[in-house]
Design a protein around this ligand. Sequence first.
Ligand code: C2O
Length: 555
Amino acid sequence: MGFRALTLMLVAFVFHTACVEPRVRHYNFKVGKKNITRLCASKLILTVNGKFPGPTLYAREDDTVIVRVVNHVNENVTIHWHGVRQLRTGWSDGPAYITQCPIQTGQSFVYNFTLTGQRGTLLWHAHINWQRATVHGAIVIFPKHGTLYPFPKPDKEEILVLGEWWKSDIQAVLNQGLQSGRAPNVSDAHTINGRPGPAPNCSSNGYTLHVEHGKTYLLRIVNAAVNEELFFKIAGHQLTIVEVDASYTKPFKTDTIFIGPGQTTNALLAADQETGKYLIAISPFMDTTVATDNQTATGLLRYLGIQAFSPTEVTAVPPRNATPATTRFMDSLRSLNSRQYPANVPKSIDHSLMFAMGIGVNPCPTCLNGSQVVADFNNVTFVLPTTAAILQAYYYNISGVYTEDFPANPPNPYNYTGTPPANMQTINGTKVYRLGFNSTVQVVLQGTTMIAPESHPIHLHGFNFYAVGRGVGNFDPQKDPESFNLVDPVERNTVSVPTAGWTAIRFRADNPGIWFLHCHLEVHTTWGLKMAFLVENGDGPSESILPPPDDLPSC
Ligand code: C2O
């Protein structure tokens, strides 16, 4: 080989490597107010960069993302990057008073994290009060350079952010609920990419997805709703699920997607039906008597080249209490578990925990009804600190902010799914559970019949977990583990625990920091269905949490 050829090869090689280096992606998020009209009425909402839903954050696996968030509104703000592992960068996780004090009016904070071992779709959202109703958007993580999707490359990609809309101001809805001590009002509509579609007494345009016959589309579906688990359907079309919560799955076909708030689902849509118009529908799932709305939001799948007046093929939405549709969907979800993307399910367990999830009633002298609905894990109604975030208190050894006595098991075991005990009072506390670095953890999330048995989408920050088992009734520690799937269980960050049933999750505590665990129905988080894990540092700097950034807000 001549010198010239060698030089050329070298240049090509250097150029190639330069191209595949992970990048640093910079974003500016300005939180401000904007007047927008939905359901034929206008109101001021909080937005990022004036958009609803907010801007999509695009990156590639291994990229570093730097987002400068500036608060231009008269209330405190934080942003959470839901599902991002945040390895050693807990300071950038975002839940107010857990990992950071909120960003105050006129202030800013720079979130800085690297996307490691994740590819697919996630979401970002505000993580204080109920701001996430309008402050949310998608995160798209493309596979790293040199790797492909483990499914046929789609012709196009589309993001569908599902949400909820209240006619009233969202803070007013929350305040009214807190004052009454009862459930806040349910939303007035659902939205697809911010649009409810035609609603009773108001004809408004819905979202339209334009497709071309013969092409395949990757739908990145995000449930950014506040208080509702949802069904998603497209008339006349099957969807192939390929990824959830930024983890690849074994592909399977379905006509109905079940998606809880905080969850994301990537599905392939083949535009292989007769050229026409097909309804896209989202509707709530609720298999108990708890008050929920009944609204279906609709959009349109529209093939290129059809007549404007051609009829729309409609689809029946599942009944609101269609538990079997949720079970079928969850049973079909499996990790891809390929050589490139193995499922590393912990086989032996260092911490075997059981968290019973209850709704209780505590006395409340300041509430209109003299009492207040509360929620708890293991009888602890979690109270957020006010003077410092838990992560700060841990890092700087500030005492009096939290305690480490979160119970590993329900303190007073009872028949969780039978007749509830008479005393439904909980204790308030800011209690964390301590885990050694790299220890393995199993948590059985046990639903209960306290006041309202209900399906709970439980979200863990800082980790993906494997959902190894699920059942109705009480978890049986003798019998149930025998049927756990330790081979290819779905890997995710949010899991729906069935009504009056249980779900077992497993993860490895390989990320030092303070990590929030909570129900992603915001109403339940507000009531106290939340706790936090404290994960110790491992050996040396590479297994320890990074020092806090200089601009970390103070309380
Ligand atoms: Cu998507 Cu703690 O939240």
